[in-house]
Design a binder for this molecule. Structure first.
Ligand SMILES: N[C@@H](CCC(=O)N[C@@H](CS)C(=O)NCC(=O)O)C(=O)O
Length: 215
């Protein structure tokens, strides 16, 4: 079975691993599935061939024997369902791990993405400085709650799962803001995720594409 994913030809983050192909690479590394990568430019992402695969003209996508998927959450879920290692077998534990996948993407990630919007797209607006504390406090509300739930545990619900993979990936976006460091148990949680050999392989693979030329 050949798996092909898409990734940026040149990631705007310059290889920090924040583009969402890293999440898919990480999931594939966790379950030990080899994959190929098709690199796409921003221009090609908006052209018909890519739009046929991804209606919103984004990365990542996932192709495997006649199946084409978009949306990182769906792709990671598909990988986790097909291969052992990312979801527990016990039905209730499995349902809870899936719940954490949704929580990462639909409850924790939106305020974090808003910070990127506030910084990059709205940073030059006259009201930007006034809005920023509100954006940051909405993130803190979620981090407070998540930090309390995680407590002293290694992972969100027993063994590492696809829920942790997505939650760590979402929280990683906060590193540069310093907000994560306000919550030592969350910072340690993210560090545990990053220390996983599968994450390291995924990170190195995306870095190899995006590393600035030497010299
Ligand atoms: N909800 C989508 C978001 C995908 C997304 O925002 N992809 C970014 C890269 S991480 C992208 O392709 N940005 C370029 C664009 O939107 O033109 C997912 O989780 O896959």
């Amino acid at each position: 079975m050949t798996i092909t994913i898409t990734a940026f030809e040149r990631s705007p983050d310059g290889g920090k691993g924040l583009a969402r192909d890293t999440r898919v690479r990480w999931a594939l590394e966790e379950v030990g599935q080899p994959y190929q990568v098709r690199l796409v430019s921003f221009k090609a992402m908006k052209e018909p061939a890519h739009l046929a695969l991804h209606p919103f003209g984004q990365i990542p996508t996932y192709e495997e024997e006649g199946l084409g998927l978009f949306e990182t959450g769906s792709i990671v879920f598909h990988i986790a369902q097909r291969h052992a290692g990312l979801l527990p077998d016990e039905p209730h534990a499995r349902a809870r791990a899936i719940t954490w996948m949704f929580a990462a993407l639909s409850t924790v990630e939106p305020p974090i993405l808003d910070l990127t919007t506030a910084r990059i797209l709205e940073g030059d607006k006259p009201w930007s400085a006034q809005r920023m504390p509100l954006v940051q406090d909405r993130i803190r509300t979620r981090l407070d709650q998540l930090s309390r739930r995680l407590g002293g545990a290694d992972w969100l619900d027993g063994a590492f799962s696809a829920g942790d993979l997505l939650m760590v990936s979402v929280l990683l976006r906060l590193r540069a803001s310093g907000l994560l460091d306000e919550y030592p148990n969350l910072a340690a949680y993210v560090a545990r995720g990053e220390a996983r050999p599968a994450y390291q392989r995924a990170f190195e693979a995306q870095l190899a594409v995006n590393k600035p030329p030497a010299g």
